[in-house]
Design a protein around this ligand. Structure first.
Ligand code: FDA
Length: 304
């Protein structure tokens, strides 16, 4: 009961435009620095390099939510291009994750599509890959529509499918051959479109993982859930799916020992590194996911 109240509060805060905008001026607060790799590209590159040195590969995400003007979306586009250039310049093993609303999806679909093409051209020049994060349900179909358009011209782009959505198994079937990151889902969604029960979400998570892995498509399983990770390892063994056909992904600052252990066992482990001053929504979603993260954040708050 208490857990679901806290979850709702953090999910509400994550989606609150005023709080998100205000937090940009605060600097990394309340322990956010433990899970956000600083505010600049250079700080993100430094973290990526350190993780590479431990055998982990990375993806970076310049945080940004509630973009409402073309100017902001163009700035975010340029930031993604600069980040790809910086990755190439520093030579880190790292790709790019981004959100379409940052690039103007809520302003104009065509404008956002053009911004994505500029980013993918740069990624192609550097032989790099771009992952479109999946946002809330209201953006899901638009994201998949844009992915389909982009894939006609670029093969260095993929997206994310959330197992809490009723539609996800069918989406994964439709996306055969496209590199997907599979996750449980981080937004507050209604029972009309999403499973509310953890067991159903987990069951569907394994169903979409199996579907994508068996179809021979490159699969990124993004979770901190050791039960799921153990099941994926066993499934890959049983079905002779080689380790270069899938990878695990976790967020920066979470289960760091397990991240390194997976590398030692011979799996590819990619760490998602968020950076930038628009950290609030991201941080609130992490607090909503796991009550223990609140203690973690408070520790950070009092140690500041
Ligand atoms: P979950 O939170 O369900 O935990 C399951 C169990 O695992 C817990 O009960 C506990 O036993 C263990 N556990 C979990 N975290 C732990 C910790 N820190 N320490 C110890 N034990 C722990 N979402 C989305 O909607 N769109 C997206 O694009 C993305 N992208 C994305 C990328 C990456 C790399 C990751 C890892 C996640 C995302 N997500 C996401 C978020 C995702 O949807 C989901 O909300 C979170 O990963 C939380 O779910 P988990 O599967 O990690 O385990």
């Amino acid at each position: 009961m208490l857990e679901s109240v806290t979850k709702n509060i953090f999910q509400y805060a994550a989606q609150n435009r005023v709080l998100n905008k205000a937090a940009r001026r605060w600097g990394l607060k309340f322990g956010a620095a433990q899970v956000v790799a600083g505010e600049t590209i250079d700080s993100a590159m430094k973290v990526a390099k350190e993780l590479n040195d431990q055998g982990l590969v990375c993806t970076v995400d310049h945080l940004g939510e509630f973009v409402s003007s073309r100017e902001e979306a163009s700035e975010a586009t340029q930031y993604c291009i600069d980040t790809l250039d910086k990755i190439a310049e520093t030579g880190v093993n790292c790709n790019l994750s981004l959100k379409l609303t940052q690039l103007g999806l809520d302003i104009d679909y065509g404008f956002c599509l053009d911004n994505m093409k500029k980013i993918l051209e740069t990624a192609k020049k550097h032989h790099n890959f771009v992952r479109i994060d999946m946002e809330d349900y209201s953006h899901c179909q638009l994201t998949l529509d844009m992915l389909a358009e982009l894939r006609q011209e670029y093969d260095n782009v993929g997206t994310v499918i959330q197992s809490y959505l009723h539609r996800s198994l069918q989406d994964v079937k439709n996306l055969k051959g496209i590199p997907l990151r599979l996750v449980k889902g981080a937004y507050k969604e209604s029972p009309e479109v999403a499973y509310q029960d953890k067991e159903k979400v987990d069951e569907n998570f394994m169903a979409i993982i199996k579907e994508h892995m068996l179809s021979g498509s490159y699969t990124a399983v993004a979770t901190h859930d050791h039960h799921i990770i153990a099941k994926v390892k066993a499934f890959a063994e049983e079905n002779q799916i080689s380790r270069d056909q899938f990878e695990f992904q976790m967020l920066y600052g979470f289960r760091t020992n397990m991240q390194v252990e997976l590398v030692k066992e011979g799996y590819t482990m990619r760490v998602y590194i968020p950076f930038g001053n628009d950290w609030f929504g991201y941080f609130m979603r992490r607090l909503a996911e796991r009550p223990q993260n609140v203690a973690f954040a408070l520790k950070g708050f009092f140690s500041k």
